[in-house]
Design a protein around this ligand. Sequence first.
Ligand SMILES: [Zn+2]
Length: 427
Amino acid sequence: VARPQYAITILMDYDAHTLSVSQDTYYPNATGQSLGSLLLAVNPNLWSGVFNLQSITVNNQPHSDYSLAGQNLTINLPVALAPGETVKIGMAYTLTLPYASSKFENFGYTARQTNLTDWFPFVVPFLNGQWVLREPWAFGENLVYDKADFFIELGFANPDAIPVVAASAPAEATDAGFRYTLPNARTFALSMSREFLYSSQTTASGATVTSYYYPEDANAGAAILVHTAQAIDTYTNAFGPYPHSTLAVVETDLNDGLESDGLYFLARSFYKSYDGTPQNNLTVIGIHETAHQWWFGAVASDQAEEPWLDEALSCYAEHIYYETNYPGLVNWWWNWRVNYYSPTGYVDTRIYNPPTFRAYVNAVYLNGANFFDALRLRIGDEAFFNFFRAYYAQNNGRIVTASDFFNALAANASGYDDIVDAYFQNR
Ligand SMILES: [Zn+2]
């Protein structure tokens, strides 16, 4: 296999908030070195009583030489995995979902929906001779993902009362639920509710966007569908092709926005405060999360150590969205989104260093937008957008570092070193 593959069969009792899961993982050793063990991230094991591992097999043989502590599942292989070889890991486990609060982001259930993000064990990337699995933090994201292929079979214990399901890929109906195939993606997210309404729109480039929302928020649900489809067209022109065939936009009971691959969440509070204009959090955060399909999904990075590589780019993508579609609102965007907070702090700040969420956003997102503005003014629009398109084309599918970014920039422009010095501490 060319990439890791996850073949996952779920039997879900929606009302009991439980999942019984059978997962086959095919991991090809593309590291160039022999591997004596694999490290998998198990986000659900950060809760107690949620993840219950029942059995592991390695190449179809029962296997007990593993350790599970917090989010770290280390599987010691009976025979080292040579470069180019593939190992099959079988796992059976159950998930007893937690009641979700904002603290736990979008994993678990609320009164009206169930959200499955980072819900299955996955082999973390192996970069520069090390497995990359960062500790969670009070804000920001910490997981890093290889590209993989997903084959998901979701069945319900009660097929007569199946909820509406939003997913990272288009659904194919089965007797008891749905089947999904998602090639070449970072992860696979699901969100479900019996109350969701939904509507879809096709972008100019042929991707299908579906907006899932609660009945009382139909106007906002329709608006974010239009903005998201428009943003896909805007970013396709500015950066390069949208990487998937679908995108699900999901209203969530939880806070803020959160990107996944092929799906993003948007807080119910944004739908509630939607005022019929494009000048609000529903639009700004929605198109920000849409940009993460390019800067997180297609071009990934170490979200904990170098969060600016997806957040600063997604924040500046908001500017590109407004200048393209609502040029009269660019000044509004600067004042409302950036200048109001008088952002300070180095753009290349880790998630672990700022004292508050606001300080983190100010440094990484907002000063990131200031950096791109200064850079664009210096090098001009042609070089600026040539750089973005080249950077995207060269790094689509990869996990990048700051060096990849600055190498692509240097290939397309010059004379901006003082700007980099002003905004970055590690360059
Ligand atoms: Zn973001």
